[in-house]
Every structure is written in C-alpha cells, then in structure tokens.
Design a protein around this ligand. Structure first.
Ligand SMILES: Cc1cc2nc3c(=O)[nH]c(=O)nc-3n(C[C@H](O)[C@H](O)[C@H](O)COP(=O)(O)OP(=O)(O)OC[C@H]3O[C@@H](n4cnc5c(N)ncnc54)[C@H](O)[C@@H]3O)c2cc1C
Length: 384
C-alpha cells in the first residue's frame, strides 16, 4: 500500500491544477485519471471562452467571479490565449431575456468594455436588436492540455496514474484506504504489473466533474444536485468571419468564436448543442449500455469516441446562427466534439456557473471541486 499526502481524482484542468498547487507546497500527490490520457472531457470539449462576465447577465455573482479571475488566468496562460480577435455580443430582437439598455447597464456595473455598433457589413440588423463590440479572449484547450499534461507528468511530488478507476474508499482512523482498478497491466513503470492498487491518504480531492456524485458516493458523501447534458461543440471555418466572434444573448441563442489559437471557430447553440438531458444526479443516458465497461452512469466515458454518440446538430446550429449574418458570410462545418456538461440544478433559472468547492468529510478529509468555468481554477487555492 502506497501512502500519499493527497490523492486527487480526475485529470481535467481542475484536478491537474489542484495537484500542481499541492505539490508546489511540498506535498506528495497521486493524480488518478480514469481514461488513458488527461484532459479528454470538459477541459478539452468546451467553447474556450475566457469568461470576463458578459455571458451572465442573469447571475451577477458568476459574472463578477469570471472577471475576478480573468486577469490572473490570462497572465499565467498568455501563450495559450487568443487576444487578437474582434468579439461582438448581440441581442436578438425576439425572445431575449435581456435588452440593449439592461445589457449596457450590466456591463457598466462590471466595468467591462461594451460599445454599441450601429452599422456593420457582416451582420443582419433586421434580426439583431443591438450589436456591441466587447473585449473577450479565448483560451486554447488543446495547448492547455499539452501544457498541463507535461507539467503534472514532470512535477516533483506528483505521480500520475492513468487508466485508474477508484473502486472503493474506506476510512481507517484518520486516513482513507483506496482500492483502485487499473485496466492496463503496468502504469508507465511506476507500479509492478498489477491490475489493482491500494493507496492510503488523509485527504482526497474529487475533481471528476460529470462523475462528481459517483465518486462522492464511494466516500459516503451526499450528492450535489446536478443535471447533465450530452453537449456538442461543432468546429467550423468561415472566410469572412475568420478571427471574429459573435455571441447572441440571452436565452436560446448561440455563439461562434475562435477556439483558441487553432484557426477554427467553435459553434454552439443553447437550443441545439445539448442532445440529451439527465435530471438524475448521475449522468444517466439511454445511449449507455450495461455491457460497456467504459461508460456507465457511475463512470461516464468519452462521448466523442463513442459509436453511440448523437448525430451532429451542426447544421441546425448553423441555420440558427446564419440569421444574424448577412448572406455573404458563409460557414463550413468540419467536425464536432461531444462531452457531458454538468450543471448545478440551483442555477436552472439564473444560468450561473459557479465553481463550488466544499469539504464534505473532515477526517479523513474529502474535498469536492465542482467546476463552473476554466478560469476559476484559482478557487482551489482558497480552500485546499
Ligand atoms: C460544452 C461545454 C462548454 C463549456 N464552455 C466553457 C467555456 O467556454 N469557458 C469556460 O471557462 N468553461 C466552459 N465550460 C466549463 C468547463 O469546461 C468546465 O467547468 C471544466 O472543464 C471542468 O474541469 P474539470 O477538470 O473539473 O472536469 P473534466 O475536464 O471533465 O475532468 C474530469 C476528469 O475526471 C475523470 N474522472 C471521472 N471519473 C473518474 C474516476 N472515477 N476516477 C478517475 N478519474 C475520473 C474524467 O475522465 C476527466 O478526465 C464548458 C463545459 C462544457 C461541457
């Protein structure tokens, strides 16, 4: 049985950041990831919006928190951030939960750039009630994946275990005893050829996002009230709209904007990005089968690689977004990624995306990190 000061479960950006932060304080940390590689799920498959607040006119708390962390995230990840695109926010004439003056007041309150644009050759003002030039950046999830994978794999004090699924957690005095199943016989030479590992630790950090409740339950902790959606991010190109972004607020609209520095635009729509919804606290979908060991409600898999993933809605998203542009602006869909998006049920009305970090057990200790947005990784430091 190996002993670690901390065991972090989940190798997305939150798990990686937590492991690096703890190892930086001198701790010996095990980072467990169910899949063969880190960063395969929400930390890779997202819209890559470096949130500055604009997106949350119904949740001032989320908007203020986004703005609070934007500067530090940007400064510490400069090489992975696209600073040089023109970003527009717009209000749809029909069915929006906000209106131009409310949106302007909201931006003024947050003190973020918002300049009204009354004419523009690319946009259709018959459909847009108002268009604003704003300042928003986009991080590059693929570059972040490379950066964090490399960092945790070479950091002093961190041992990374991939293909490692936690099976059982039992308290033994002030420590947890964890039983871990590994699907491959040898973990990068770090362990002998074995398919099961035992770790002992006083502190566990659950950073598994869509699997939050499944892992909490192994530790006897209560569920967070969550909903889950299978979400699609479509990747498109556009000769005329290259290097620009548009997000239409606030309601069942959509967004097309640079996916970091890749040269692609990510396309999503509130109405069509989400294919299936699970109101269960675990991500339970009809595409999961009992015979698939890689994807169950208790251990969700990688949707992009799944043969039962939904048929793409990209053409519906494009049809919706096309209405906001003049006819000269064309888009071409190249491919899509899919993943599970998990949300707190409490944010159904305000659409907020807080990052909730809580201590669910005092001794032995269990922390649960449920992430709302990438640039809130620093919340980890306030709690751990
Ligand atoms: C469609 C979509 C769009 C989004 N858009 C944005 C955006 O534009 N900007 C933004 O800031 N945020 C966005 N988000 C939110 C953001 O992506 C997430 O908040 C963040 O990536 C969560 O990071 P994480 O590390 O907690 O989760 P993940 O990246 O999902 O990592 C969790 C890891 O835990 C692993 N795991 C699960 N169960 C186990 C287990 N039992 N044992 C071991 N490992 C396990 C998983 O395999 C996974 O690697 C979006 C999210 C989605 C889904």
């Amino acid at each position: 049985m190996e002993r670690f000061d901390y065991v972090v479960i989940g190798g997305g950006i939150f798990g990686c950041y937590a492991a690096l932060y703890l190892a930086g304080k001198g701790a010996r940390v095990a980072l467990l990831e169910k899949e063969a590689h880190l960063f395969q799920k929400a930390s890779l498959v997202n819209q890559a919006r470096l949130h500055g607040g604009y997106h949350y006119p119904r949740s001032l708390a989320t908007a203020a928190l986004s703005d609070e962390h934007k500067e530090r995230f940007t400064a510490e990840h400069r090489r992975f951030v696209n600073f040089s695109f023109e970003k527009f926010y717009a209000i749809d004439r029909f069915g929006s939960f906000t209106d131009p003056s409310q949106f302007e007041r909201f931006c003024a309150y947050l003190d973020i750039r918002c300049e009204r644009v009354s004419e523009h050759p690319l946009f259709n003002f018959n459909r847009l009630e108002a268009l604003f030039r704003t300042e928003e950046f986009s991080f590059d999830p693929v570059l972040l994946k490379e950066y964090y994978t490399n960092k945790v794999e070479h950091a002093k004090g961190i041992e990374v275990f991939k293909n490692a699924l936690i099976q059982k957690a039992s308290p033994d005095g002030k420590e947890w005893v964890l039983e871990i199943k590994s699907n491959i016989p040898s973990l990068a030479g770090k362990t002998p050829a074995a398919s099961s590992l035992k770790f002992q630790t006083p502190v566990v950090v659950n950073a598994t996002y869509a699997a939050t409740n499944a892992v909490n339950r192994l530790f006897g902790a209560n569920d967070l009230a969550l909903t889950h959606e299978i979400a699609e991010i479509a990747f498109v190109t556009s000769p005329l709209f290259n290097g620009k972004g548009l997000t239409v607020m606030d309601g069942p609209f959509g967004s097309v904007m640079p996916y970091g520095l890749s040269g692609l635009l990510s396309l999503s729509s509130v109405a069509y990005t989400h294919h299936k919804i699970s109101y269960d606290n675990l991500p339970r979908f009809d595409c999961q089968t009992e015979t698939d060991p890689d994807c169950r409600p208790e251990a969700p898999g990688i949707c992009t690689n799944c043969p039962r993933r939904p048929v793409s809605n990209a053409y519906k998203m494009l049809a919706q977004m096309r209405q906001y542009f003049n006819e000269s602006v064309q888009f071409e869909h190249l491919f899509s990624y899919f993943t599970i998006k998990s949300k707190l049920k409490a944010n159904y009305i305000d659409d907020g995306r807080p990052t909730e970090i809580s201590m669910l057990r005092p001794e032995p200790r269990l922390y649960c990190l449920f992430a709302g947005k990438i640039n809130s990784i620093y919340e980890v430091e306030k709690i751990l």
